[in-house]
Design a protein. Structure first.
Ligand code: FE2
Length: 156
C-alpha cells in the first residue's frame, strides 16, 4: 500500500507541474505519459486496497463508515481521472488548450483530493493494516471480541 501511495504521490506532483505550466509552457509529452499512467495506476491501487487492505482495516465495525467513504472517494477520483485522461490525450497530441483555467481546475481538484485521501490512509489505515497483517487472524478476531461467546462452553 505504501509503494502504491508513493506512486500516486509522484503522479500528483506531475499533475501539479502540468497545471502550473498551463497553457504556454505545457510539456505535451508529459501529458501523454500521464494519460497512459493515470487511470491504470489508480485502478490497480484502488482494487488492491479494496480487496486486500480494507477488509483487514474494517474488522472493527466502527471503521465501516471510513471504508465506505474511502471507496466512494476511489470512484470519484477514477471518474475525474477518466475525464482528465481524455483532456491530457488531446493536449498530448498537440490539441489546442481552449480553456486552460478549466483544465487547471480539474487537475488541481484531482491531485488535491488524492493527496488528502492518501494522507488519511497513511495516518489511519496503514498503521492498523500493518499491525493486523503481522497478527494471525484468529488472534485478531478473538481480541476484538468484547465478551466471550455465550454459545460455547455450555457444551461440556
Ligand atoms: Fe485509497
Amino acid at each position: 500500500m505504501e509503494e502504491r501511495h508513493a506512486a500516486k504521490l509522484e503522479i500528483c506532483d506531475t499533475l501539479e507541474a502540468i497545471a502550473d505550466s498551463l497553457p504556454a509552457g505545457v510539456d505535451r509529452h508529459r501529458c501523454l505519459v500521464m494519460a497512459a499512467l493515470l487511470l491504470p495506476t489508480l485502478r490497480e491501487a484502488h482494487a488492491y486496497e479494496e480487496q486486500t487492505i480494507f477488509p483487514v482495516f474494517a474488522r472493527r465495525e466502527d471503521r465501516a463508515g471510513s471504508v465506505r467513504r474511502l471507496c466512494a472517494e476511489h470512484v470519484e477520483d477514477e471518474s475525474l481521472a477518466e475525464e482528465l485522461t481524455e483532456m491530457l490525450l488531446h493536449v498530448g497530441h498537440g490539441g489546442e488548450i481552449a480553456n486552460p483555467e478549466a483544465l487547471g481546475f480539474m487537475l488541481r481538484a484531482l491531485f488535491e483530493a488524492m493527496r488528502r485521501h492518501i494522507a488519511f490512509e497513511r495516518e489511519h489505515v496503514v498503521p492498523i493494516a500493518r499491525r493486523a497483517m503481522r497478527t494471525p487472524a484468529s488472534r485478531l478476531t478473538a481480541s476484538s471480541r468484547r465478551a466471550p461467546r455465550a454459545d460455547r462452553g455450555s457444551e461440556r
